[in-house]
Design a protein around this ligand. Structure first.
Ligand SMILES: [Mg+2]
Length: 225
């Protein structure tokens, strides 16, 4: 039985712009409730903090109020966090045909798993909120195995966890260098979806890696699997 490994972000669901819109909403709420900065000043300060601390740091709003007031402002932090999460989850949607395709692949007998460069709980949270988690036997993250795609190690660990061999498995993802090439280097087949690459770059891939299937989005997987 073949195993299909999926990337999550921009493969199963769209994430572009996501964070920006959610941050804008949080800043709006904080400014409307008394943060003494203009919207753009506050947004720029938040951006500075994100660059400084990284996007996975979980106290951006705490630090924002601390920088403005000299100490944390719990009400504004809570307002910012709640707005941020509400908007983020409202925008979190699978691509149109993701659910149909996952059902189709299961009906064909494929076993499915996820390989993601990301925080374990955050990636699970997306799958759970979208009710996609039951389709996948394993979710392997870079945080958990301390190796990131395209490094071969994370793919080898994933094969082990799914108790399968590279030649019986396929990696599906939106980033050629990270997902597809990583999978190929570990001996898997590769399918590139939703890559947003230029036609020139795609032609280069077709020439150098004729075995790679390139499709616009996940809804076309049933033409090949
Ligand atoms: Mg991705």
């Amino acid at each position: 039985m073949k195993v299909i490994f999926f990337d999550i972000d921009d493969t199963l669901l769209g994430t572009s712009n996501f964070a920006k819109v959610a941050r804008e909403a949080a800043i709006n709420m904080m400014v409307e409730n008394g943060l003494p900065l203009s919207h753009s000043e506050a947004y720029n300060l938040l951006q500075e903090i994100i660059v400084e601390k990284g996007s996975n740091y979980n106290k951006h709003f705490n630090l924002l109020t601390e920088r403005v007031y000299g100490k944390e402002n719990p009400m504004l932090i809570a307002l910012g966090m709640v707005s941020y999460h509400n908007v983020k989850f409202a925008l979190l949607k699978p691509f149109a045909k993701t659910l149909d395709i996952l059902i189709y692949l299961k009906s064909k007998g494929y076993r499915l798993a996820v390989i993601s460069n990301g925080r374990t709980i955050k990636q699970w949270e997306k799958l759970v909120r979208l009710n996609l988690h039951n389709f996948f036997d394993e979710v392997i993250t870079s945080e958990e195995v301390s190796i990131e795609k395209p490094n071969k190690g994370i793919f080898e660990e994933s094969l082990k966890r799914m108790n399968t061999k590279a030649e019986n498995s396929i990696m599906v993802g939106n980033k050629f260098d990270v997902d597809v090439l990583g999978g190929l280097n570990a001996g898997m087949d590769g399918i590139l979806v939703n890559s947003n690459l230029s036609e020139d770059k795609l032609n280069e891939i077709r020439k150098n890696y004729p075995e790679v299937i390139i499709i616009d989005n996940i809804s076309q997987l049933n033409e090949y699997l």
